[in-house]
Design a protein around this ligand. Structure first.
Ligand code: FAD
Length: 413
């Protein structure tokens, strides 16, 4: 009987384990995860779960019992410490060794730590990051109305936390190093729109802000302020709690210790295989060829984790089906639903369709007559059409995009 061992019981690992069974895999499947929970969705951690609207069980991809029913051995609170490639064993934190025929690394990533000279940020009791249920549990007690929350990082996770905190009555200040929010992923029009929405809910911003250090209390265990330099002006932002949301570092240690190539993620081919044909890598931890960009890419999104798990299941089943998916992502802030498809880097012009003040509009990022990417706010039908245009690389007549009288399905050149 073939042995599959999956390292990391997150979105990608969970999808691979259940997907393999659903597609008729009859070998043994062991899913090893170092958290306390069966595979769960992380997106609600910075949205409905943090808000208290979704119960913990509501996060689980499948009820705990399903893994037993699917004959999947789920080993939680267990780390894979190393991989013995010569004898094909995974070495676990409890000392046991699991034999494998195929090993899938689905190790995700960890929150990037803030490094500040002279301060051990990890020791500060009121400085948080948000990646797991455990992180939300420790953050929740500090989320008290009226408290001053300083968020470092204006990416999607930081902004979603700002939205929840503002709605719960905290006083929020968000610090962003770039001159605008979401600078890496959206155009200035969408950044300005998002900033305006947050400001209307009382969130304050410092853009182009460089964090110089923390002011600590007498115990040296609590940050009481964040010291920044903003366009040459020094300022201290008083804080009762601080949330650091400055991105993710892929968990590649196991792979590199096993001698596998790592370059912004574990390097895999279009079938999710590393250079060792017995070892695959999927999800946030993997750097994969992209049919969409034609180059290599590491994506951090649920749709990617699901798609990559599907590719890996095909490989393990001997069916070899590479991914052709176009990257997409979503975010929720206040009553806004944002959907993004494609990657806008290298775009030449941005065309908006609809009026941002109505809180329902789309921004299309074009290179020549081709739409590289689209950000769609509150217009799900536009999103479906945009996804087709981006995926199909359909040449469009740019002027027609802006004209709401013309259905998006009819903008093709
Ligand atoms: P993960 O889900 O991180 O799972 C990896 C698991 O492996 C973890 O449980 C980790 O502890 C475990 N692990 C690591 N090393 C070992 C080891 N050696 N032994 C055992 N276990 C190990 N995506 C979207 O598309 N839309 C969103 O709105 C969105 N919002 C998000 C909000 C937040 C707060 C966060 C944190 C993420 C969000 N994402 C969102 C991203 C999305 O959740 C991730 O892309 C997805 O979870 C990736 O799945 P994964 O399985 O690759 O990694």
């Amino acid at each position: 009987r073939e042995n599959v061992v999956i390292v990391g019981a997150g979105q990608a690992g969970g999808e691979l384990a259940t997907g393999l069974r659903q597609r008729g895999f009859s070998g043994s499947i062991t899913l090893v995860g170092d958290e306390d929970h069966p595979p769960y969705q992380r997106p609600p951690l910075s949205k409905g779960f943090l808000m208290g609207k979704i119960p913990q069980e509501g996060l689980y991809l499948k009820p705990h019992e399903t893994y037993g029913r699917f004959d999947i051995t789920l080993r939680l609170r267990t780390r894979v410490e190393s991989i013995d490639r010569a004898s094909k064993h995974a070495v676990l934190s409890d000392g046991s060794r699991l034999p494998y025929d195929k090993l899938a690394l689905a190790t995700g990533g960890h929150a990037r730590r803030l490094s500040l000279p002279g301060i051990d940020v990890g020791r500060l009791e009121n400085v948080f990051s948000l990646r797991s249920i455990a992180d939300v549990e420790s953050l929740r007690g500090a989320f008290v109305p009226g408290r001053r929350l300083v968020i470092i990082g204006g990416g999607y996770v930081g902004l979603e936390i700002a939205a929840v905190a503002a709605q719960l009555g905290l006083n929020v200040t968000l610090l962003e190093a770039a001159p605008r929010l979401l600078a890496r992923v959206t155009g200035p029009e969408v950044s300005a729109f998002i900033e305006g929405v947050h400001r209307s809910h009382g969130v304050q911003f410092r853009l182009s802000a460089e964090v110089r250090g923390f002011s600590l209390d007498a115990s040296q265990r609590q940050a009481v302020g964040v010291d920044i330099s903003c366009q040459g002006v020094q300022e201290r932002i008083d804080a009762d709690l601080v949330l650091v949301g400055i991105g993710l570092v892929p968990n590649t240690g196991l792979a590199s210790a096993a001698g596998l190539a790592v370059d912004n993620g574990i390097v895999v081919d279009e079938f999710a295989c590393t250079a060792d044909p017995s070892i695959l890598a999927i999800g946030d931890c993997a750097n994969q060829p992209s049919a969409y960009t034609g180059g290599r890419i590491r994506l951090e999104s649920v749709p990617n984790a699901i798609e990559h798990a599907r590719v890996a299941a095909s490989t393990i089943l001997g069916q070899r089906e590479p991914s052709t998916a176009t990257p997409w992502f979503w975010s929720e802030q206040y009553d806004l639903k944002l959907q993004m498809v494609g990657l806008s880097s290298g775009y030449e012009r941005c065309i908006t369709r609809g009026d941002p003040s109505s809180k329902a509009f789309s921004a299309f990022y074009l290179k020549g007559s081709r739409i590289l990417a689209a950000d769609v706010i509150g217009r799900p039908a536009d999103f479906m059409a945009a996804k087709r245009l981006v995926t199909g690389r359909t040449p469009v007549e740019p002027e027609r995009l802006a004209d709401e009288g013309i259905p998006l399905a009819k903008v093709a050149a």
